[in-house]
Design a binder for this molecule. Structure first.
Ligand code: SF4
Length: 412
């Protein structure tokens, strides 16, 4: 399948891992944009209608839109929570994209910055926001500022640099950064939609969520629902690994995983796919007809998450890959919570013993115990994701574990 090159060709998702990305040809309404040209944007999408808070919340409820950053929280509910607070909120569009395998947010911001801005302004207007911020990596700041520069209606939007750690994209970490803190996750005894670190309510959403809000405000909830297969809307998916060409694709929610991989040129026989990124799960090619939505993926311990599909072909070892992911996650702990600071390195070390074939027969129990010891024990979900990934990887590859124990796996 042919693709068009995105301007993101040399941009890494966190500014340090270059990914040569293309955009799959059959781009939907999110990726149909053509950069920072406002006149072209208006021709393509038309004018934005104004909605007050109640009307926008109702529209979002009816649309079934959920957060596109990984949490999957209903966007209408979040908006109504913010609207119920006494103080004027801060609206934050999060383009931090901490997952190294994700490039959807930087691609969206490059290809369609005005759609993100439209959604941000819609929420800012509906909530009478006190402050409006878009958080992006330096690589996308230029095109975003160019887009903002041509829009008097967006003069109140400020651009803030994203942190470059895995956990920098976590909603409370972004909130902390915007409110002048250390940019690390913090203990949320109250939801940040009620009160953030600066005592103000925060509407924090992924940039893709804001772009969807702009579409729903224009074309309606029914239109948005019809875009999806099982669940409403489309999703941006970053497809990487052993595929024909790494790409960002826009697919209907519920598209079969195999068809998503086909948009990236397919994969060699005998491949497995990590679906949901570093907190996701594994699906072998014989099951790739499964729908890419959370209810179907949960049977595999996988999730849509931030829209990541990474294929491991037969020439690469998924256990070894899993070991490097866990080592990465252990190194990314913000060091604030004991179970995360000490538990993740222990989990990574136990998993490494599997990879090196020196683990005893009870290693799954040992990894399971270590995973349970960190699960839900941190201030943020970072250790939960690592624990889920460790469990899912061991459960998916029992034959590989035996091969490693017998010294019969020599794949990288
Ligand atoms: S759980 Fe880990 S990453 Fe999250 S706040 Fe605590 S130390 Fe930081």
């Amino acid at each position: 399948m042919s693709t068009r090159e995105a301007d993101t060709a040399t941009l890494g998702p966190i500014g340090r891992r270059p990914l040569a990305m293309t955009i799959a040809d059959q781009a939907g309404p999110l990726l149909a944009g053509r950069g920072s040209d406002l006149a072209q944007h208006r021709r393509l999408y038309g004018d934005m209608p104004a909605h007050d808070g109640t009307a926008l919340a109702r529209l979002l409820d009816e649309s079934g839109l959920t957060g596109r950053g990984g949490g999957g929280f209903p966007t209408g509910t979040k908006l109504r929570t913010v609207l119920a607070q006494r103080r004027r909120p801060v609206v934050i569009a999060n383009g931090s994209e901490g997952e190294p395998l994700s490039a959807k947010d930087c691609t969206l911001l490059t290809v369609n910055p005005h759609l993100v801005i439209d959604g941000v302004l819609a929420v800012a207007q509906a909530t009478h926001a006190a402050e409006v911020v878009i958080v992006v990596h330096d690589a996308q700041a230029g095109i975003l500022r160019r887009a903002l520069g041509g829009r008097p209606d967006a003069a109140r939007i400020t651009v803030t640099s994203a942190g470059d750690r895995f956990i920098s994209g976590e909603a409370s970490a972004v909130a902390s950064r915007v409110e002048g803190g250390d940019g690390l996750p913090f203990d949320r005894t109250r939801p940040i939609a009620q009160e953030g670190p600066g005592r103000r309510p925060l509407f924090v959403g992924n940039v893709e969520t804001f772009a969807d809000i702009a579409l729903i405000a224009r074309f309606g909830a029914g239109w948005f629902r019809r875009l999806g297969g099982g669940e409403p809307g489309t999703r941006l998916v970053t497809v990487t690994g052993d595929v024909g060409h790494r790409c960002v694709a826009e697919v209907p929610v519920g598209e079969p995983v195999g068809r998503i991989i086909e948009t990236a040129g397919g994969a060699p026989r005998g491949s497995v796919a990590l679906v949901g990124g570093f907190s996701g799960g594994w699906i072998g090619e014989t099951d790739w007809d499964v729908a890419h939505d959370d209810s179907a993926l949960s049977a595999y311990g996988a999730r849509v998450g931030a829209g990541i599909v990474h294929v491991i072909g037969p020439a690469r070892c998924p256990l070894r890959f899993g070991g490097s992911v866990l080592a990465f996650l252990a190194a990314q702990s913000a060091g604030q919570c004991g179970p995360c600071l000490f538990g993740l390195p222990a989990l990574s070390a136990a998993f490494d013993r599997v990879v090196h074939g020196v683990a005893g027969p009870h290693v799954q129990q040992r990894v399971g115990d270590l995973a349970a010891a960190v699960d839900h024990r941190g201030m943020c979900h970072h250790p939960d994701g690592a624990a889920a990934f460790a469990r899912a990887t061991l459960a998916a590859f029992p034959d590989e574990i035996i091969r490693h124990r017998n010294g019969r796996c020599h794949r990288p």
